[in-house]
Design a protein around this ligand. Structure first.
Ligand SMILES: [Zn+2]
Length: 299
Protein backbone atom coordinates (compact mmCIF):
# COMPACT_ATOMS: atom_id res chain seq x y z
CA UNK A 1 0.00 0.00 0.00
CA UNK A 2 1.41 3.41 -0.97
CA UNK A 3 1.84 5.94 1.82
CA UNK A 4 -0.77 8.68 1.49
CA UNK A 5 0.58 12.18 1.92
CA UNK A 6 -2.64 14.00 1.08
CA UNK A 7 -5.70 13.75 3.33
CA UNK A 8 -8.83 15.87 2.98
CA UNK A 9 -6.99 17.89 0.30
CA UNK A 10 -4.19 18.76 2.74
CA UNK A 11 -0.59 17.86 1.88
CA UNK A 12 0.63 16.56 5.24
CA UNK A 13 4.29 17.17 4.36
CA UNK A 14 3.57 20.91 4.20
CA UNK A 15 2.14 21.11 7.73
CA UNK A 16 4.06 18.49 9.74
CA UNK A 17 6.84 19.14 12.24
CA UNK A 18 8.92 16.50 13.99
CA UNK A 19 7.66 16.20 17.59
CA UNK A 20 11.01 14.72 18.67
CA UNK A 21 13.37 17.50 17.52
CA UNK A 22 10.87 20.18 16.35
CA UNK A 23 12.50 20.37 12.92
CA UNK A 24 10.15 21.03 10.00
CA UNK A 25 11.88 18.83 7.46
CA UNK A 26 9.71 15.70 7.33
CA UNK A 27 9.61 13.61 4.17
CA UNK A 28 8.71 10.15 2.92
CA UNK A 29 11.67 7.78 3.01
CA UNK A 30 11.01 4.15 2.01
CA UNK A 31 7.24 4.62 2.37
CA UNK A 32 7.62 5.99 5.90
CA UNK A 33 7.35 9.49 7.31
CA UNK A 34 10.84 10.40 8.49
CA UNK A 35 12.45 13.46 10.04
CA UNK A 36 15.40 14.50 7.85
CA UNK A 37 17.03 16.33 10.79
CA UNK A 38 17.06 13.75 13.61
CA UNK A 39 16.32 10.67 11.50
CA UNK A 40 13.27 9.67 13.55
CA UNK A 41 11.03 7.26 11.59
CA UNK A 42 7.26 7.38 12.11
CA UNK A 43 5.21 4.24 11.54
CA UNK A 44 1.75 3.82 10.06
CA UNK A 45 -1.16 2.37 12.02
CA UNK A 46 -4.06 1.30 9.74
CA UNK A 47 -2.34 3.46 7.09
CA UNK A 48 -2.51 6.54 9.37
CA UNK A 49 0.84 8.18 10.21
CA UNK A 50 1.69 7.99 13.92
CA UNK A 51 3.63 11.24 14.46
CA UNK A 52 4.29 11.05 18.18
CA UNK A 53 7.43 11.59 20.24
CA UNK A 54 9.04 8.44 21.65
CA UNK A 55 8.51 9.82 25.14
CA UNK A 56 4.81 9.35 24.44
CA UNK A 57 4.28 5.68 25.21
CA UNK A 58 2.41 3.40 22.83
CA UNK A 59 1.01 1.72 25.91
CA UNK A 60 -1.01 4.88 26.45
CA UNK A 61 -2.38 4.66 22.91
CA UNK A 62 -3.33 1.02 23.38
CA UNK A 63 -4.81 1.73 26.78
CA UNK A 64 -6.93 4.53 25.35
CA UNK A 65 -7.90 2.34 22.42
CA UNK A 66 -9.16 -0.43 24.65
CA UNK A 67 -11.04 1.86 26.98
CA UNK A 68 -12.26 4.58 24.66
CA UNK A 69 -15.97 4.05 24.62
CA UNK A 70 -17.59 7.41 24.07
CA UNK A 71 -20.41 5.55 22.34
CA UNK A 72 -21.29 4.00 25.72
CA UNK A 73 -21.67 7.42 27.22
CA UNK A 74 -25.19 8.00 25.89
CA UNK A 75 -26.72 4.60 25.89
CA UNK A 76 -26.85 1.33 27.68
CA UNK A 77 -26.98 -2.15 26.13
CA UNK A 78 -30.01 -2.55 23.92
CA UNK A 79 -30.43 1.15 23.10
CA UNK A 80 -26.83 1.25 21.94
CA UNK A 81 -27.46 -1.78 19.71
CA UNK A 82 -30.61 -0.18 18.24
CA UNK A 83 -28.68 3.06 17.59
CA UNK A 84 -25.88 1.10 15.91
CA UNK A 85 -28.37 -0.91 13.86
CA UNK A 86 -30.29 2.15 12.66
CA UNK A 87 -27.06 4.07 11.92
CA UNK A 88 -25.72 1.15 9.88
CA UNK A 89 -29.02 0.88 8.00
CA UNK A 90 -29.00 4.69 7.53
CA UNK A 91 -32.56 4.75 8.80
CA UNK A 92 -34.48 7.77 10.11
CA UNK A 93 -34.57 6.09 13.53
CA UNK A 94 -30.96 7.14 14.17
CA UNK A 95 -32.34 10.64 14.88
CA UNK A 96 -35.05 9.55 17.29
CA UNK A 97 -33.06 7.33 19.62
CA UNK A 98 -31.58 8.32 23.00
CA UNK A 99 -28.24 8.65 21.19
CA UNK A 100 -29.49 11.83 19.55
CA UNK A 101 -28.22 15.13 20.99
CA UNK A 102 -30.17 18.36 20.83
CA UNK A 103 -27.38 20.85 20.14
CA UNK A 104 -28.31 24.48 20.87
CA UNK A 105 -24.92 26.17 20.33
CA UNK A 106 -22.91 26.68 17.15
CA UNK A 107 -21.96 23.67 15.05
CA UNK A 108 -18.50 23.23 13.54
CA UNK A 109 -19.94 24.19 10.16
CA UNK A 110 -21.62 27.36 11.44
CA UNK A 111 -18.41 28.34 13.29
CA UNK A 112 -16.33 28.03 10.11
CA UNK A 113 -19.00 29.94 8.21
CA UNK A 114 -19.50 32.76 10.75
CA UNK A 115 -15.80 33.56 11.06
CA UNK A 116 -15.20 33.06 7.36
CA UNK A 117 -12.47 30.50 7.97
CA UNK A 118 -10.82 29.24 4.81
CA UNK A 119 -7.58 27.33 4.81
CA UNK A 120 -6.44 24.45 6.95
CA UNK A 121 -8.43 23.65 10.06
CA UNK A 122 -7.30 21.36 12.88
CA UNK A 123 -9.96 19.11 14.37
CA UNK A 124 -8.42 18.05 17.66
CA UNK A 125 -9.56 14.61 18.82
CA UNK A 126 -12.25 14.39 16.17
CA UNK A 127 -12.58 10.64 16.73
CA UNK A 128 -14.69 8.46 14.42
CA UNK A 129 -17.15 11.19 13.38
CA UNK A 130 -14.85 14.01 12.34
CA UNK A 131 -15.81 16.77 9.93
CA UNK A 132 -15.24 15.38 6.44
CA UNK A 133 -14.65 18.56 4.48
CA UNK A 134 -11.57 19.61 2.48
CA UNK A 135 -8.93 21.36 4.58
CA UNK A 136 -9.89 19.78 7.90
CA UNK A 137 -7.15 17.66 9.52
CA UNK A 138 -8.37 15.27 12.21
CA UNK A 139 -5.57 14.68 14.72
CA UNK A 140 -6.50 12.04 17.29
CA UNK A 141 -4.82 9.62 19.64
CA UNK A 142 -6.75 6.67 18.16
CA UNK A 143 -6.67 5.09 14.71
CA UNK A 144 -10.31 5.61 13.75
CA UNK A 145 -11.00 5.49 10.00
CA UNK A 146 -11.52 9.26 9.73
CA UNK A 147 -8.32 10.18 11.59
CA UNK A 148 -5.66 11.83 9.39
CA UNK A 149 -2.77 12.02 11.86
CA UNK A 150 -2.25 10.13 15.10
CA UNK A 151 -0.69 12.74 17.38
CA UNK A 152 -0.37 13.95 20.95
CA UNK A 153 -2.32 17.13 21.78
CA UNK A 154 0.39 18.04 24.31
CA UNK A 155 3.04 18.00 21.59
CA UNK A 156 1.30 18.56 18.27
CA UNK A 157 3.21 17.35 15.19
CA UNK A 158 2.51 20.57 13.26
CA UNK A 159 4.48 23.66 12.25
CA UNK A 160 3.78 27.02 13.91
CA UNK A 161 0.75 28.91 12.59
CA UNK A 162 -0.34 26.42 9.91
CA UNK A 163 -4.03 26.41 10.84
CA UNK A 164 -6.63 29.14 10.29
CA UNK A 165 -9.00 27.46 12.72
CA UNK A 166 -9.10 24.84 15.49
CA UNK A 167 -12.22 22.90 16.46
CA UNK A 168 -12.41 20.63 19.48
CA UNK A 169 -15.31 19.11 21.41
CA UNK A 170 -15.21 17.08 24.65
CA UNK A 171 -11.53 16.22 24.42
CA UNK A 172 -9.81 18.50 26.93
CA UNK A 173 -11.27 16.73 30.00
CA UNK A 174 -9.37 13.57 28.97
CA UNK A 175 -5.91 15.20 29.04
CA UNK A 176 -4.27 15.94 32.39
CA UNK A 177 -1.74 18.52 31.13
CA UNK A 178 -4.34 21.03 29.91
CA UNK A 179 -1.87 23.98 29.88
CA UNK A 180 0.32 22.15 27.37
CA UNK A 181 -2.68 21.63 25.07
CA UNK A 182 -3.61 25.33 25.28
CA UNK A 183 -0.01 26.35 24.46
CA UNK A 184 0.14 23.95 21.52
CA UNK A 185 -3.20 25.18 20.12
CA UNK A 186 -1.90 28.75 20.37
CA UNK A 187 1.33 27.80 18.60
CA UNK A 188 -0.19 25.98 15.60
CA UNK A 189 -2.91 28.60 15.05
CA UNK A 190 -2.18 31.39 12.59
CA UNK A 191 -2.30 35.00 13.85
CA UNK A 192 -5.90 36.13 13.39
CA UNK A 193 -7.10 32.50 13.44
CA UNK A 194 -10.00 31.23 15.57
CA UNK A 195 -10.41 28.43 18.09
CA UNK A 196 -13.79 26.84 18.95
CA UNK A 197 -13.38 24.89 22.20
CA UNK A 198 -16.25 22.87 23.72
CA UNK A 199 -15.97 21.18 27.14
CA UNK A 200 -18.34 19.55 29.63
CA UNK A 201 -19.62 21.59 32.59
CA UNK A 202 -22.04 19.22 34.35
CA UNK A 203 -21.69 15.71 33.03
CA UNK A 204 -20.93 12.32 34.55
CA UNK A 205 -17.55 10.68 34.25
CA UNK A 206 -17.58 8.94 30.88
CA UNK A 207 -14.20 7.29 30.50
CA UNK A 208 -11.47 5.65 32.57
CA UNK A 209 -9.38 8.68 31.60
CA UNK A 210 -11.63 11.64 32.45
CA UNK A 211 -10.19 14.38 34.71
CA UNK A 212 -11.85 17.81 34.54
CA UNK A 213 -14.96 19.99 34.18
CA UNK A 214 -15.14 23.75 33.49
CA UNK A 215 -17.49 26.69 33.95
CA UNK A 216 -17.55 29.45 31.32
CA UNK A 217 -15.40 31.83 33.47
CA UNK A 218 -12.96 28.97 34.15
CA UNK A 219 -12.69 28.07 30.48
CA UNK A 220 -12.16 31.73 29.53
CA UNK A 221 -9.35 31.98 32.07
CA UNK A 222 -7.81 28.69 30.86
CA UNK A 223 -7.68 30.12 27.33
CA UNK A 224 -6.69 33.68 28.32
CA UNK A 225 -3.82 33.58 25.79
CA UNK A 226 -6.54 34.07 23.18
CA UNK A 227 -8.94 37.02 22.90
CA UNK A 228 -12.28 35.47 23.87
CA UNK A 229 -14.87 36.75 21.44
CA UNK A 230 -17.82 34.46 22.15
CA UNK A 231 -19.07 31.99 24.74
CA UNK A 232 -22.16 29.97 25.54
CA UNK A 233 -23.95 26.64 25.63
CA UNK A 234 -23.58 23.64 23.31
CA UNK A 235 -25.78 21.12 25.17
CA UNK A 236 -28.22 22.50 27.77
CA UNK A 237 -29.37 21.46 31.26
CA UNK A 238 -32.12 19.14 29.95
CA UNK A 239 -29.41 17.00 28.36
CA UNK A 240 -27.77 16.65 31.77
CA UNK A 241 -31.10 15.82 33.48
CA UNK A 242 -31.94 13.11 30.95
CA UNK A 243 -28.51 11.54 31.59
CA UNK A 244 -28.61 11.75 35.36
CA UNK A 245 -32.07 10.18 35.66
CA UNK A 246 -30.89 7.11 33.77
CA UNK A 247 -27.58 6.98 35.67
CA UNK A 248 -29.41 6.76 39.01
CA UNK A 249 -30.76 3.37 37.99
CA UNK A 250 -27.64 1.98 36.34
CA UNK A 251 -26.54 -0.01 39.40
CA UNK A 252 -29.79 -0.16 41.33
CA UNK A 253 -29.97 -3.96 41.67
CA UNK A 254 -27.23 -6.63 41.66
CA UNK A 255 -28.76 -7.96 38.43
CA UNK A 256 -27.28 -6.44 35.30
CA UNK A 257 -30.23 -7.46 33.12
CA UNK A 258 -32.74 -5.77 35.45
CA UNK A 259 -30.65 -2.59 35.56
CA UNK A 260 -30.24 -2.39 31.81
CA UNK A 261 -33.96 -3.05 31.27
CA UNK A 262 -34.88 -0.18 33.62
CA UNK A 263 -32.28 2.06 31.97
CA UNK A 264 -33.56 1.10 28.53
CA UNK A 265 -37.11 2.17 29.44
CA UNK A 266 -35.92 5.39 31.14
CA UNK A 267 -33.66 6.37 28.26
CA UNK A 268 -36.57 6.23 25.85
CA UNK A 269 -38.91 7.90 28.33
CA UNK A 270 -36.61 10.79 29.17
CA UNK A 271 -34.73 11.47 25.96
CA UNK A 272 -37.49 13.74 24.51
CA UNK A 273 -36.86 15.97 27.57
CA UNK A 274 -33.73 17.17 25.79
CA UNK A 275 -35.85 19.18 23.37
CA UNK A 276 -36.67 21.48 26.34
CA UNK A 277 -33.18 22.92 25.84
CA UNK A 278 -34.48 24.67 22.73
CA UNK A 279 -37.13 26.47 24.85
CA UNK A 280 -34.81 27.23 27.77
CA UNK A 281 -32.14 28.87 25.63
CA UNK A 282 -33.00 32.48 26.57
CA UNK A 283 -33.27 31.94 30.35
CA UNK A 284 -30.91 33.84 32.62
CA UNK A 285 -29.60 30.75 34.47
CA UNK A 286 -29.46 28.58 31.38
CA UNK A 287 -25.69 28.64 31.04
CA UNK A 288 -25.03 27.84 34.73
CA UNK A 289 -26.46 24.31 34.50
CA UNK A 290 -25.59 23.52 30.89
CA UNK A 291 -24.15 20.10 30.07
CA UNK A 292 -21.52 21.33 27.57
CA UNK A 293 -20.23 24.88 27.15
CA UNK A 294 -17.95 26.63 24.66
CA UNK A 295 -15.73 29.59 24.01
CA UNK A 296 -14.55 31.05 20.73
CA UNK A 297 -11.12 32.66 20.89
CA UNK A 298 -8.99 34.62 18.43
CA UNK A 299 -5.18 34.65 18.26
ZN1 LIG B 1 13.32 15.22 14.17
Amino acid sequence: MKTEITRNNVNLLKILRCPACEDERIDIVNEKFQCLACGEKYRLLNNIPVIVDKSFSFEIINNLKNNMSWEDYDSDGITKKIAEYSTNKKSIYQYITPSHRVQVGPTYESFLDTYNISGNVLELGGGPNSLQIPGVVNCDINSYKTVDIIGDARKLPFKDGVFKGIICNSVLEHIFEVEKVVDECFRVLDKGGYIFMCVPQVCGRHHTVDYFRWTVPGLKRQFSKFSIINQGVILGPAMFVSHIVVSLFRSLTPFKFVNSTICFILEWLFFPLRFLDILGKGNRDYEDYAHTIYIIGKK
